[in-house]
Every structure is written in C-alpha cells, then in structure tokens.
Design a protein around this ligand. Sequence first.
Ligand code: HEC
Ligand code: HEC
Length: 501
Amino acid sequence: MRQFLTFRQACLALSSAVVLSACEKKADDTAVPLGGSISLDGAVAPAPAPAPGDYNGPAGGSNTINQFDAMAFGMPSPALSGQETQYHNTGQANFAQVFSLQQLAPLWNNESCSGCHVNGGRSKAGTDPTIPQLLFRVSIPGVADDGGPNPVPGFGNQIQPFIVGSDGTRVVGPEGKVTITYQEQLKSFVDGQSYSLRTPTYTPTASLPANVMISPRIGPQAAGLGLLEAVSEQDIMANADPNDRNNDGITGHENRVWDVAMQRTVIGRFGWKANQPNLLQQAAAAFNGDLGITSPFFPQESNVPGGGMNKTGPGVKLQSSGLNSLTAAAATLKNANPNAQTDIDVDGLFSTAFYTGTLAVPAARNTNDPQVIAGRAVFVAAKCAACHKPMFKTSGTAPYGLGNQTIHPYTDLLLHDMGPGLADNRPDYLASGSEWRTAPLWGTGLSQTTSNHTNYLHDGRARNVMEAIMWHGGEGETSRRYVEQLSQTDRDALVAFVNSL
Ligand code: HEC
Ligand code: HEC
C-alpha cells in the first residue's frame, strides 16, 4: 500500500562555487551597508551597536496599524492600494480555507494555513496530539541534492500524521503522531526568586530510523513578513560577524538555502532556522508539506518519488521568487503548464503568498510608560540588541508600500548558536543543530490577545517572555546571565519592554 519514497535521494554536497555564485547582489546592494563601514582591507566591519534613536518610530513604517485586538496580526497593510487590498483579501480567504479530505490526501498536518497560524498568530505547543499545531521536521545525517536536510526514507522531511482512512474519515496514518511530555526544572535568579523551565521530550509513535534527527517547530506569527523580505541582503550581511571581529562573543551568520524559482542558492530568511528564501516558496512548501495541497510551484504530492518540495519545483525558472516580481512569476508559471491539475492554481498560491507578505504590523504600545522606558535601558544593557536588532531600512525597490521603510523588527535575520538547551541537533542548510534565527520580537506582547497563549521559542516550550530569555544559552548566555542577576524591578521592566513591542 505505502509507496513513500524519499523525494531527494541523491546526496550531493553543494560545491562552494554554487554557494558563491549565490552571493549575487541585488541592484541596490552596491551602497555601503547601513551602519557598516569599509575598513582599509576592504572588508565590512561589523555594524556598531544600535543608537538610542533606532528604537523610535512606527514598527512597520507605513505598514503600521494601531489595532491591538485578536486580529492585530491579521490585517492588510494600510500602505496597500484598493486593488492590492482586494488581492490580499483573496489570499486571506485561501489562508483560512479548510480543504476537503480529498484535497488534503494523501498526507497532511492540518486542514488550513490558519489552523496553525491562528489569526495570523503563533501556534500553541499543546500536549494534545490530536491538535496538530506543532510540526516535526525530520531528516537523517547527510545533505540532500539542494544542500538542505537529507530526508528520511519513507517519511520525507516532516512527519505528516493524517491520512484518509478506509471509512473515508481523517485518521492517523503510518507516519504516526509525536507525543510530548515536559519535565519541570526549578531554578532561581540571583536574588533568590524562583522560576521554572520545562524541558520537552518528543516521542514519535512511528518507528523512525535510529539515526533520525527531529526538529519540533511551532508556526510563527505572520505580521510584517513582507518587510523582512524587503530588507536587502547587504544590510543583513552588515551584521554578520562569523569570526567575532568585534569580540562581543556573538557570531551571527546567514543561512544559504535553495531557491527553487531562481534555481540557485540564496540567503535564507524565513522559518526558525531561516531555511526558506522568500514568501512564495514558503507558501508553496507549506501548501505541499503541511496541507498536502499541490500547486503549480510544487505540482506533485510529497509521497510521489521525486515529488513534494523538490529541487526543481515547477520545472521552469521564474524571473524572481520574491514579492518583487510576483506578477511576472505568476505569468511564467501559468504559461509553463496551462493544464496542470493541482489542488490549487497559480492565483490561489500567489494570492496566499501575497497575503503573508502584506500583513500590517501592530504599533508598539505604552512607549511612554516609565517602566517600558526603563525596560528598554535594560534591553540595551543586557545586549539583547546584539541579535534582536531594533532597526532596519527596507530596500527602495520593494513593491506594495514595503520599500524604503524604517522598521523595528528586533531581529538580525541571522543564525546564532543558542547552546545545547535549545539545540534540536538537526542541521538545516548552513544552520547547525544548535543555531536558530533571531526571532523577531515585534508583536510579542500581543500573543495572548491574538492567539490566547504566550508560548515562545521554536517549539513553544517557554510559557512567557522571562522563560524564553532564561532559555538563552550559547551566544545568548551573557545576556541570560545578565538578566539572572537583575533585581525583580529591572526584570519586570525588561519584560514590560518586550511586551510593549
Ligand atoms: C502544521 C502547522 C502549519 C500549517 C498548516 C502551516 N504552517 Fe506555516 N509555519 C509552520 C511552522 C512550524 C513554521 C516554521 C517552519 C520552520 O521553521 O521550518 C511555519 C512558517 C511559516 C512562515 C514563515 C514565518 C516566519 O516568521 O519565518 C510563513 C510565511 C508561513 N508559515 C505561511 C504558511 C502558509 C501560507 C500556510 C498554508 C499554505 C501555512 N503556513 C501552513 C506551521 C504551519
Ligand atoms: C545571541 C543572540 C541573541 C541574544 C543576545 C538574545 N537573543 Fe533572544 N533570541 C535569539 C534567538 C536565536 C531566538 C530563537 C531561539 C529559539 O527559538 O530556540 C531568540 C528568542 C527570543 C524570544 C522568543 C521569541 C519568540 O518569538 O518565540 C524572546 C522573548 C527573546 N529572544 C528575548 C531576548 C531578550 C530580552 C534578550 C536580552 C536579555 C535576548 N533575547 C538576547 C537570539 C538572541
């Protein structure tokens, strides 16, 4: 019955030549990077620490809204034209659409995008395996032909629990479920105040190879993603410091991932390890992998040999894979295979990607509150901003009101070693088993309102902001230690600041 085969059987390491050719610059990338400086040997020195002014201004530039209710992460950007808002709304309908079991078959995780990204917010890390919000990526040692993780024979790159049973209803299939248990560990701050961290254990019910590597991930919140796609590669690279030239113990580097549309390796931006290059590919991969929904971008189901999220995708090269030339890419895809029989068509896919790229960012709140102002000073002193960069300016060429915006995402989009406590021990392109992309902090404080929970970090193990901070190890160790010795007043102020974002 089962005909699962790996969709990336070849095991070719990427040659460095391929990686280098991927460092191709965009037209606007010739200027000296923001905040960076060119040293005598021509190398770019790490950008200096953020200035106080970097913290001020609307979170998403002209994409900012003053809406703080349950739909705060699910609103169209006010910078869109009327026609663009309509297209955004079409995408929203696709994002919310609950697909039929026939469409979802043969294998899937959830029935809609919004089933995991509820209200555009983050998923909850519950322990009830019948609520499939936590996603488990799996692979075995080695590298796939696109430089990414090596899929598990018979399973592919993620555990997809559901299939249509013989009685025509949804049942758990051969890939099984993963049960989650937590172990509490009581700890204390230097002032004696105690806190508890819960360490998860994940147990798959299916029998996976002994050398399987499992990476648990919750769905992140979606607001402001188009602005992160619009940050130029050069501005991201200005903060990279792989050899720690500024001696601060923090060595961020970028991920380099396979861009299916462009058929080359490019900088990674999305996902907890920055393993996706842009929102179009992210949406196509989510449809294919998370929902079992084929599209013209990934036209074959994930259990078809050579199908799923494969290296060649639609089999044609698109002009661009980002929001930048979505219309041209859509036309190419339509012409390439006008009679493709896929679960969704080009417009369904592209409008969904457009939707995820044109969500407004809720403004920071309580910015004049003395506690929040004090918390910002603690954030600076604790060197949180070494990774959670408060400010970027988006590239001038970005469309749909996303360009030339001063934004405050509190991420550098780089990978950092966060220590053994947070490690999934599963490499993802250039991200090691203990490296994660700095999580953007904008909107953090609205999680309770939008999603009815405050589960943070890649697998939602942290139950509040302070727990998330106390999990920081590796390059984040110095920040954690700093917070550990703070007074209760200063700790509360720091949390108040993060929750104001
Ligand atoms: C089963 C739960 C689940 C479903 C269903 C799901 N997602 Fe996700 N989504 C995730 C997870 C988990 C991640 C992080 C992936 C990673 O790190 O590899 C993610 C990441 C994303 C991101 C990148 C966010 C960021 O901050 O980098 C976007 C955009 C996204 N999903 C869009 C979609 C769309 C569009 C759909 C529907 C086609 C969808 N998702 C369906 C769980 C889900
Ligand atoms: C070395 C870089 C680095 C430093 C320094 C750092 N962080 Fe982080 N932070 C990260 C990374 C990477 C993640 C994601 C880790 C994960 O999900 O496992 C993260 C996650 C978080 C989260 C959870 C966000 C979410 O969406 O789940 C919060 C809150 C946070 N950091 C706050 C802080 C604060 C406050 C400080 C300073 C005390 C700080 N961080 C210092 C890199 C850093």
